[in-house]
Write a protein of this length. Structure first.
Length: 364
């Protein structure tokens, strides 16, 4: 009885008012999203930007727009965040893992060529796409990756979740490949917001992405993908965007202090030629994996938050081509993440570096 009364009140009083206000509300909501898309496209230097609810959904839309179907295979790095695999799962694709470069920590072009060679030798089809993740704020070697993908007919999708504001020879991260996907959640340099974006140059790709965004895309599990960005996320990202360049430069200054004090003692991530990182995370490679827990514990005793970085090893052996992923496996247990943010003072940065060296001596 109460439910019937509620339904009657809703239909007679609430629903008419809701329909009356809906056009105005939708205009307000869409205005923030459209403004953000325009600003992001200008920032990255692409013709189009399509705002989405999250990066995994954005990767799924990019894969669908690139022609990836359920059952297809997609290449990705063995070391990194889980977003590429999550996006593949949404469309029913399977990952083919590729080893990383031991110096840059990003996908290695030579290992990519070897993985493709092994797949051919085994009679496997060439994967439909490559998802390249800009790890810890540093771009991949896109000059080599674009050449390989072009010659193989593979769609290149850049994931710049941790590298928003990075660049190679003045070309911003997000402008490489056929599609690029950004995440504005942790550990993005925009810091703990929500939502994501897909960038592209071609008009037909943009139309396809927008059409897919409007539809509720079915996924393999049966749950729909609802990839529309909310107005609150769009408003917050718009407000933070003007500070992004300043914060990236501050992070670079802090990273320079770390490098000056630690480079002779520890291996640190190297950048590809002409690249500028935004250092969404500052990582060092310890000599042995068994030291990471001990060193991190010693640093925490000194009130310094340190530990495993915001990424992980996806697998130690690719199931498709049975290639051992030795570089990713070696790095996964040795990488230690140190504090870095735009408001970390030079004095405190030097203190953290000294404490790290002391902790290593104590644990050796």
């Amino acid at each position: 009885m109460e439910q019937q009364v509620f339904q009657t009140i809703y239909q007679q009083q609430v629903r008419p008012k809701e329909m009356e206000l809906r056009p105005a509300v939708e205009h307000i909501l869409s205005e923030d999203v459209f403004t953000l898309e325009h600003r992001l496209a200008q920032w990255v230097g692409t013709n189009h930007c399509v705002a989405v609810s999250d990066a995994a959904s954005g990767i799924a839309l990019a894969l669908i727009a690139a022609g990836v179907s359920p059952g297809d295979t997609v290449l990705c790095a063995a070391l990194g965040c889980a977003l590429p695999v999550q996006g593949m799962m949404l469309v029913g694709a399977s990952p083919v893992f590729v080893d990383v470069n031991p110096n840059t920590y990003t996908i290695d072009p030579y290992c990519l060529e070897y993985a493709l060679y092994k797949l051919r030798r085994m009679g496997r089809p060439v994967p439909s796409a490559l998802i390249a993740t800009d790890l810890f704020g540093a771009p991949c070697n896109y000059a080599a990756l674009e050449d390989i993908c072009r010659s193989e007919g593979i769609a290149l999708i850049e994931v710049l979740s941790c590298a928003f504001g990075a660049e190679i020879d003045g070309r911003p991260a997000g402008s490489f490949g056929r599609f690029a996907v950004a995440s504005f959640a942790t550990p993005c340099p925009l810091e703990e917001l929500g939502g994501g974006a897909v960038f592209c140059q071609r008009d037909d790709d943009a139309r396809r992405l927008r059409a897919l965004r409007q539809a509720r895309q079915p996924q393999v599990s049966g749950e729909p993908i609802v990839p529309r960005m909310g107005s609150v996320d769009a408003f917050l990202i718009n407000a933070r965007l003007e500070h992004c360049a300043y914060q990236a430069e501050q992070r670079r200054n802090i990273a320079h202090i770390y490098r000056t004090m630690l480079a002779d003692k520890l291996r640190m991530q190297q950048l590809v030629r002409g690249a500028k990182s935004v250092y969404s995370q500052l990582v060092v490679a310890l000599p042995r994996s068994r030291e990471r827990g001990k060193v991190a514990a010693r640093l925490r005793e000194r009130n310094i938050p340190a530990g495993a970085p915001f990424c992980g090893m996806q697998t130690d052996r690719d199931p498709w081509n049975q290639v051992m992923l030795v570089n990713a496996l070696s790095l996964a247990g040795r990488l230690l993440s140190l504090p870095i943010h735009p408001y970390l003072s030079p004095h405190l940065t030097e203190h953290i570096a000294r404490c790290l060296l002391q902790a290593m001596d104590e644990c050796s």
